[in-house]
Design a protein around this ligand. Structure first.
Ligand SMILES: *[C@@H]1O[C@H](CO)[C@@H](O)[C@H](O)[C@H]1NC(C)=O
Ligand SMILES: *[C@@H]1O[C@H](CO)[C@@H](O)[C@H](O)[C@H]1NC(C)=O
Length: 213
C-alpha cells in the first residue's frame, strides 16, 4: 500500500526521497512508516510522550527528524483536509496508542472507511469526522465499537438528513462520549413534525386504499 501511493506522487524530488525511504523503512518500522505516510499526505502528528508536532508545510516540506523516533507510537494524528482513504488508513493500523484522530473535511472518508476504525477501539478517545461529505447515517453505526471515545465531532455531515435523530442514536451508542454536532439547520422538533406528517400521510394513503378496496 505504501508503495502504491508513493508511486503516484508527482514530485520528482519526493519520489527520490521515497526510494531512499523504501530502504530506511526496513530499519525504522511501522511507526516511522505511518509518520511518513501522514507527512506525504500533508497531515500532521505527534508521537506519544512528546509535545512537538510534525507537519508538512504548504510547499510540501517537512522535517526528516521524524525518522529518529522509531520506537515511539503515534498518539495524535491530524489528517484534516487530506486525501486519506480506506487503503491509506492501512498505513496507520499498527498504531494501537492512537488517542486522537482528525478526519475533518476529508472527501475520501466514507462509511466503508468508518467501518475500519475499530482497529483503534482500545485507544481512541477523540475523533473528528466533521465536514466529510461521504458519510451517511448507516456508516455512523460502526462507531459503536469505539467504546473509549470521549469526544466526537459530527458537525456538517451533508448526507445526514435527520441529524437530531442521528445524534440521539450516537448518544445511546456512546454514552460516555461528548458529541459535537453543529452546522445543521434542522431541529429535532422539525424532524419529529416531519416524521409525524409522513406517518399521517401514510395512514391516509392506507385508508384511501382500503376505501378503494
Ligand atoms: C522547502 O523546499 C524548498 C525547495 O527544496 C527549499 O528551498 C526551502 O528552503 C524549503 N523550506 C523549508 C522551510 O524547509
Ligand atoms: C486510495 O488512494 C490510493 C492512492 O491514490 C489508490 O491507489 C487507492 O486505490 C485508493 N483506495 C480506495 C479504496 O479508493
Amino acid at each position: 500500500m505504501l508503495f502504491s501511493w508513493t508511486s503516484s506522487l508527482r514530485n520528482r524530488r519526493l519520489r527520490k526521497r521515497n526510494a531512499y525511504f523504501g530502504y530506511t523503512l526496513r530499519f525504522y518500522g511501522p511507526n516511522v512508516a505511518a509518520a511518513y505516510y501522514i507527512l506525504s499526505l500533508k497531515g500532521g502528528f505527534r508521537y506519544a510522550g512528546q509535545t512537538e508536532w510534525f507537519r508538512t508545510d504548504q510547499r510540501g516540506n517537512f522535517s526528516w527528524d521524524f525518522i529518529n523516533h522509531k520506537d515511539s507510537p503515534l498518539e495524535e494524528v491530524d489528517m484534516s483536509h487530506t486525501d486519506i482513504n480506506y487503503t491509506g488508513l492501512g498505513n496507520l493500523e499498527g498504531q494501537r496508542s492512537l488517542r486522537s484522530l482528525s478526519l475533518r473535511g476529508c472527501t475520501e472518508v466514507d462509511d466503508w472507511f468508518l467501518s475500519r476504525l475499530h482497529v483503534f477501539q482500545d485507544s481512541l478517545e477523540e475523533l473528528d469526522i466533521s465536514h466529510c461529505p461521504g458519510i451517511t447515517t448507516g456508516g455512523l453505526v460502526a462507531l459503536r465499537n469505539l467504546k473509549g471515545l470521549r469526544r466526537l465531532d459530527v458537525s456538517s455531515l451533508s448526507r445526514i438528513s435527520t441529524p437530531g435523530l442521528v445524534i440521539i442514536l450516537l448518544e445511546e451508542m456512546l454514552p460516555h462520549c461528548q458529541i459535537t454536532a453543529t452546522g445543521y439547520d434542522h431541529s429535532l422538533a422539525q424532524e419529529e413534525e416531519e416524521g409525524r406528517e409522513q406517518m399521517e400521510g401514510q395512514s391516509e394513503e392506507d385508508t384511501s386504499r382500503a376505501g378503494i378496496r
